[in-house]
Design a protein. Structure first.
Length: 238
């Protein structure tokens, strides 16, 4: 992915948005914990438990829940995290330090292409990132950059929103009702709905997700989690 695309996407995650990210992510994604737990289980099932593995975590900023779940399941895994947003990367560091996991993570501010070293990773995750990138070219680019850093056959966990929001009015309404369930008033619900309608560009279907993966060099995608607009899949480097 080009630097301008990355910077533009990351600019939304300013200090104010980073501060509210933990609460917002758990409300907007019903089953937040379950998705990350299952992602860790899918990786362990693919890689084999008890192995020493290096995992690339693209978009680690925020809760770093990908690392939390996987690190607690597999004590011999180590992680290289990359994120272009300074506030979000700082939040991830803080949360992993609180859990005593930061020593197992190499934090990198920037984009995948800027990672130093040529050793291939055993697996990678891209969670909650793809729908923030505008257009298919940027989406394919980040997936290709990840594929270029994975060993042949290595698994990728991809998770994020798909479907055009406006094309799924019942799902969008239910998404708003979930915010109301957690105390948001009508004005706040409407503001949040407006944000996602204007500020994200999710793939329009699961078939579109599979096409992006195929074009980037991944094969055999399997869905293992779904929640309203959100989907989570595992695929392998071809």
């Amino acid at each position: 992915m080009s630097a301008p695309d990355t910077v533009a996407a990351a600019a939304k995650f300013d200090p104010e948005r980073a501060a509210e990210y933990e609460r917002q992510s758990r409300i907007a994604l019903a089953g937040y914990e379950a998705c990350h737990e299952l992602a860790a289980c899918m990786l362990a099932a693919s890689l084999g438990s008890g192995r020493a593995c290096r995992i690339l975590v693209v978009g680690i900023g925020g809760t770093a829940q990908e690392v939390v779940a996987a690190a607690e399941l597999e004590p011999d895994w180590r992680f290289v995290g990359v994120d272009p947003s300074p506030p979000m990367l700082a939040l991830a560091k803080a949360r992993l330090e609180e859990r005593g996991l930061a020593a197992r993570v190499d934090f990198n501010l920037g984009i995948v292409e800027e990672l130093a070293g040529h050793e291939l990773f055993d697996a990678a995750t891209l969670v909650g990132v793809l729908h923030h990138l505008p257009g298919d070219d940027a989406k394919r680019a980040i997936l290709r950059a990840i594929a270029g850093r994975l060993a042949p056959g290595a698994p990728l966990i991809l998770a994020g929103n798909h479907y055009a929001y406006a094309d799924k009015p019942l799902l969008l309404k239910a998404w708003g009702e979930r915010w109301r369930m957690f105390g948001a008033d009508a004005a706040e619900v409407e503001a949040k709905r407006g944000k996602i309608l204007q500020g994200a560009d999710p793939p329009p279907s699961e078939e579109a997700v599979f096409a992006l993966l195929d074009a980037a060099g991944f094969t055999d995608p399997q869905r293992f989690f779904a929640s309203l607009f959100w989907g989570a899949w595992i695929a392998r480097k071809r």
